[in-house]
Design a protein around this ligand. Structure first.
Ligand SMILES: NC(=O)c1ccc[n+]([C@@H]2O[C@H](COP(=O)([O-])OP(=O)(O)OC[C@H]3O[C@@H](n4cnc5c(N)ncnc54)[C@H](OP(=O)(O)O)[C@@H]3O)[C@@H](O)[C@H]2O)c1
Length: 328
């Protein structure tokens, strides 16, 4: 597997997202922890060294699965996890409350270390920017955790260019993680050029368009009620059918060299630069094998040109509630 550079951190250029191991996209069967653990282990066997999770996935369940899967293999993997969407204090943790105060960061890291079964996190991201805490304070707390050896590198997720610049001024940021795929290209305007100026790597999340770009979803009529995508504008109403036509185009282009739509979507992302390390999410062994094989897919300049010029996606990338938590 070829490598990608995230600041000073080297990772396999295809990683593995562990979010669906704890739910979120629930329409295609229930959770199967044994299959999830097998998926992570198979990924490591095939050369993946970058596994992405977050305390809020589950909450907590995804980190626990990752912890079990990497037992005895800790040194083979870069573990990335995230804080800032759960507030700790008196009583039960408050899930969904933005809190990146230094006190909350310190509480969060201890829980993640325990669930992951490790004494250090390789890449620790702020999951969403907290308007109530200056980013300098949050990064200051993270810098202390680096000094203490509890985390190795710092990341930001869905941060604006201004926030990235301010954060990087306090302590080097190694990676920024934001949605990026054939149908979500907003980061190309300002974020990616800034990251290249600063020497910060980029981790595209939802590189398969929450599954649609992988080409197997043909209807949303039978989606489970609690599937996150049922309220996502790209999966609802007329937008869904328009977006399915884009997927068919991706499928046709990939078929020219025997690649699946998922592999084509990943190969296109990999063609964007050596500082780009997508983390396709899956909880199934067969799919992780398919996705990792995208490392060997070579798109021609003409195919890249056609993928660059697909019809624009229909619908905003998140619903209003989710968009409200994004730093812009
Ligand atoms: N920073 C953030 O705010 C943020 C937000 C969202 C996600 N993330 C991270 O990014 C990772 C990936 O994003 P994502 O899970 O939202 O979306 P994604 O990678 O675009 O798509 C995942 C979906 O595609 C399906 N899938 C994967 N490979 C497939 C294949 N070869 N064929 C058919 N279907 C396939 C998965 O199903 P199964 O799982 O059932 O196989 C899952 O439903 C997450 O795991 C998480 O670590 C971060």
């Amino acid at each position: 597997m070829k490598k990608a550079q995230l600041g000073d951190l080297k990772v396999s250029r295809i990683g593995l997202g562990a979010m669906t191991m704890a739910g979120t996209y629930t329409s295609e069967g229930g959770l199967d922890d044994a299959e999830s653990i097998g998926t992570i282990r198979r990924a490591l066997e095939l050369g993946v060294t970058h596994v992405d999770t977050a305390e809020v996935y589950g909450p907590f369940h995804s980190e626990a699965i990752v912890g079990q899967a990497i037992k005895g293999r800790r040194d083979d993997v870069v573990i990335a996890t995230k804080f800032g969407l759960i507030q700790y204090g008196e009583g039960a943790p408050r899930v969904g409350v933005l809190d990146s105060s230094p006190r909350n960061v310190r509480a969060a890291v201890e829980g993640s270390l325990t669930r992951l079964g490790t004494d250090h996190i390789d890449l620790y991201y702020q999951h969403r920017v907290d308007p109530g805490t200056p980013i300098e304070d949050t990064v200051g707390a993270l810098a202390e955790l680096v000094t203490e050896g509890k985390i190795r590198y710092i990341g930001l997720s869905e941060a604006s260019p201004d926030t990235i610049r301010r954060a990087h001024g306090v302590h080097p940021v190694s990676a920024v993680q934001t949605e990026y795929s054939l149908w979500t290209r907003d980061v190309e305007a300002e974020v990616l050029p800034l990251l290249r100026e600063l020497g910060v790597g980029f981790v595209p999340y939802s590189p398969l368009g929450h599954g649609l770009l992988a080409g197997q979803i043909r209807t949303v009529d039978d989606f489970a009620d609690d599937d996150w995508r049922t309220t996502n504008p790209r999966f609802t109403g007329e937008n869904f059918w328009r977006n399915l036509a884009i997927v068919d185009e991706v499928k046709a282009i990939g078929a020219e060299n025997g690649a699946t739509p998922a592999q084509t979507a990943l190969a296109w992302l990999l063609s964007r630069g050596e500082d780009i390390a997508p983390i396709p999410g899956t909880r199934r062994v067969t799919r992780v094998e398919e996705n990792i094989a995208a490392d060997a897919v070579e798109l021609t300049p003409d195919q890249i040109h056609r993928l660059d010029n697909l019809e624009p996606v229909a619908g905003e990338r998140h619903d209003d509630t989710n968009m409200a938590s994004i730093d812009r």
